[in-house]
Write a protein that binds this ligand. Structure first.
Ligand SMILES: CC(C)(COP(=O)(O)OP(=O)(O)OC[C@H]1O[C@@H](n2cnc3c(N)ncnc32)[C@H](O)[C@@H]1OP(=O)(O)O)[C@@H](O)C(=O)NCCC(=O)NCCS
Length: 176
């Protein structure tokens, strides 16, 4: 398994496989911003648009590939453009293909994003995730703090409003 940070051109070039991963994640019922069914062309188009954000430095994207070169996971960091928020980033779109889950890749991607945030001088990470989703266990066990729950935050892929749980991690308090 290799994990690489992608430049803007690479996000564009890998949009097909990343779109397939996104469509698989939504088909699996995870709340990552989309309703089901997410057509693959729409998922691919969404990734192509992300390439512009990568080029502008607004997001960073990592991709994991298995031994056969297939995209199996991704994670991102989104950087706010506000002058008073340069110390902060949002962890976004942590996804592992359903075929590859439960083998430690999600935790590895999370660690890579956290370490890259530290290297970039980021001292605070935050995220939101559907309440009671499997991801909550991962974040808690990785030292993230649960800040609270917002009811009816976003619709699940099936279209039902679900709560979200907010988490944060203060990186300057972490001993690596
Ligand atoms: C969340 C996700 C990234 C985890 O990826 P993964 O590769 O399966 O995670 P790992 O194998 O590294 O497991 C990490 C921990 O979560 C636990 N875990 C994984 N899947 C779980 C599940 N379905 N139920 C309960 N715990 C689970 C593992 O046991 C492990 O904990 P442990 O080390 O204490 O045993 C993956 O399930 C996924 O892509 N989900 C859909 C997208 C999503 O919800 N992303 C988060 C959005 S904020």
């Amino acid at each position: 398994m290799t994990v690489l940070r992608l430049g803007a051109g690479q996000v564009r070039d890998n949009a097909g496989e990343l779109g397939e991963l996104l469509a698989d994640t939504v088909a699996g019922g995870a709340s990552v911003g989309f309703l089901a069914p997410l057509a693959r062309p729409d998922a691919v188009a969404w990734w192509r648009e992300r390439a512009d954000a990568v080029a502008a430095g607004r997001i960073a994207v990592w991709v994991a590939r298995d031994g056969g070169g297939r995209v199996t996971g991704t994670v991102g960091l989104a950087f706010p453009d506000k002058p008073n928020s340069r110390h902060r980033a949002e962890l976004v779109k942590l996804m592992v293909h359903r075929d590859g889950r439960g083998q430690g890749l999600g935790r590895r991607l999370l660690t890579i994003a956290e370490e890259a945030a530290v290297a970039a001088g980021v001292t605070l990470l935050h995220l939101d995730t559907e309440t009671d989703s499997p991801a909550e266990h991962l974040y808690r066990s990785a030292g993230w703090t649960r800040a609270g729950v917002i009811p009816d935050y976003a619709a699940s892929p099936a279209g039902v409003l679900r709560p979200t749980t907010l988490y944060y991690k203060q990186l300057d308090a972490v001993t690596w």
